[in-house]
Write a protein that binds this ligand. Structure first.
Ligand SMILES: Cc1ncc(COP(=O)(O)O)c(C=O)c1O
Length: 485
């Protein structure tokens, strides 16, 4: 083979040889993780300084690429899979998911419509039904139910929320009504809700943050007050976003109470009813355990619901599972069919074209990793992992309750423990900085009622009880040290 004239098509033989090497490099990295600093250990620009400005001319030996992966890329990674990773929410991964993404890349499917990949489309439909069954979601969300509902994989919760807002915009008068349309979310909602509302074109002054109660959950009475005021001034409520498991503290908005407020003002299923979307990006994953299904109370009465298997099911980022009770407003908002996308299958009405359920046209074969993980690891092991993480968070919360320096900032829920130092925000922040600088753990800080709060999120696939014991002793040391300063 002439290396200088290697083509995309004839590299297969060469890469048969490199595939085990790539696998080996990954194994070596995964084995090394416990010894690596968890957070970034390079300064801004470190990698840029080491990457050539000019693209390669002739093909290079792949051995050099692998060497640079080790020397240049690895040091600039954040080790999200490390047992000391307690930041943000997890984005945990697994071997079957990684192999599925490899397979999906090699299969090279473009699943924009059924006709461009029946496999990607129908596997996705069945996987969304499986996940709905595994989490005890209402049956009208499933494709195998005769109604207009169904599920789709979005690239992120942010995209799913944007789609929900577009569906609300569509159902409540469409773009002609946009200037008067209003969106409601709790003050604790994820920033993606505001971003989505802006992208969807809602006026900034019509994006309303509903106050929360002492548990940081949306107050239905405040929502009712805002809706009534807006209706009285001729505005058009178009969407309400509730959160099950907020990012800061895992607070849960009262979905049944929110639905009651809507029922009291709008006909269920009526054309003027604001779209009720539930963002359960993190917490929704826990409903694979029957003991956490109470979180879903009221979800059978909402328009759309999503969670992120890419956070907590080991189904490598990106994979947001989203369900709608009625697909029509979504498709009305997002379907445009130029001549080059017309095809018999679409026109027959017998297929699902997922391009109409999302913003971009093209779509990856993400269902493959759901299929691989559910079949190879199994729902039982995922539920056990969730239980293990929650039990470790319970253990941590109990330690905090009897601690000399730290308090729980809010009652802890699922795998998240939010704590604050008794000496105040500056000390909490100083302790966090010290912990992160140690490289042994990675933690993030949020604010509750203007006060700094350290979030301890347990979700690494490899975290063991000993790691959590170590985390707590590091937090105690940092707390004690910070206190003295
Ligand atoms: C409640 C909630 N919603 C939305 C998001 C955004 O998720 P994504 O990165 O999938 O857009 C997050 C991220 O942590 C979240 O916690």
């Amino acid at each position: 083979m002439d290396r200088d004239r290697l083509t995309l098509a004839d590299a297969a033989e060469e890469y048969r040889r490199w595939t085990p090497e790539v696998l080996g490099a990954l194994l070596e990295y995964l084995d090394a993780i416990p010894e690596l600093p968890v957070g970034p250990s390079v300064e801004p620009g470190w990698l840029l300084e080491r990457l050539p400005s000019d693209p390669p001319g002739a093909p290079e030996d792949f051995a050099g690429v692998l060497e640079d992966l080790r020397e240049l890329i690895r040091p600039a990674l954040v080790n999200w899979q490390a047992p000391g990773f307690h930041g943000y929410f997890p984005a945990n991964t697994s071997w079957p998911a990684a192999l599925a993404d490899f397979m999906a890349a090699g299969l090279g499917q473009q699943g924009m419509v059924w006709a461009t990949s029946p496999a990607a489309t129908e596997l996705e439909m069945r996987m969304l039904d499986w996940v709905a069954r595994l989490c005890g979601l209402p049956e009208h969300f499933r494709h195998d139910h005769s109604g207009p509902g169904g599920g789709v994989i979005q690239d992120s919760a942010s995209s799913g929320t944007l789609v929900a807002l577009l569906a609300g915009r569509e159902r409540c008068g469409g773009r002609p009504a946009l200037a008067d349309q209003v969106v409601y979310h709790s003050v604790e909602a994820h920033s993606s809700v505001i971003k989505g509302a802006r992208v969807a074109g809602f006026a900034e002054e019509h994006i309303r943050a509903v106050p929360t109660d002492e548990d940081l959950a949306m107050r239905p009475d405040e929502l009712a007050r805002m809706l009534d005021a807006d209706l009285a001034s001729g505005l058009v409520p178009a969407a309400v976003v509730a959160t099950i498991g907020t990012t800061s503290t895992m607070a849960v908005d009262p979905v049944p109470g929110i639905v009651d407020v809507l029922d009291g003002r709008f006909d269920p299923g009526g054309p003027t009813r604001p779209w009720l979307h539930v963002d359960a990006a993190m917490a929704g994953a826990a409903t694979i355990c029957p003991e956490h299904r109470h979180l879903l109370e009221g979800v059978e009465r909402v328009d759309s619901y999503l969670f992120n298997p890419h956070k907590w099911w080991g189904i490598t980022f990106d994979c947001t599972t989203m369900w709608v009770a009625d697909r029509a407003p979504v498709i009305d908002a997002l379907s445009i069919t130029p001549p080059y996308l017309r095809n018999e299958a679409t026109e027959s009405g017998a297929v699902v074209d997922f391009r109409d359920w999302q913003v971009p046209l093209g779509r990856r074969f993400r269902a493959l990793k759901v299929w691989f993980v559910l079949r190879a690891i199994g729902p039982g092991a995922i539920a056990d992992m969730v239980r293990h993480h929650c039990a470790e968070a319970d253990w941590l919360a109990a330690r905090v309750e009897s601690s000399e320096h730290w308090d729980l900032a809010v009652p802890h829920r699922l795998n998240l423990v939010c704590i604050r130092h008794r000496a105040g925000s500056d000390t909490t922040r100083a302790a966090a900085a010290e912990l992160n600088a140690s490289g042994k753990v990675l933690l993030t800080v949020t604010e509750v009622a203007g006060e700094a709060v350290l979030r301890l999120s347990v979700g690494s696939p490899s975290v063991a009880h000993d790691d959590v014991v170590r985390l707590w002793s590091l937090v105690q040391e940092a707390g004690a040290g910070a206190y003295i300063q």
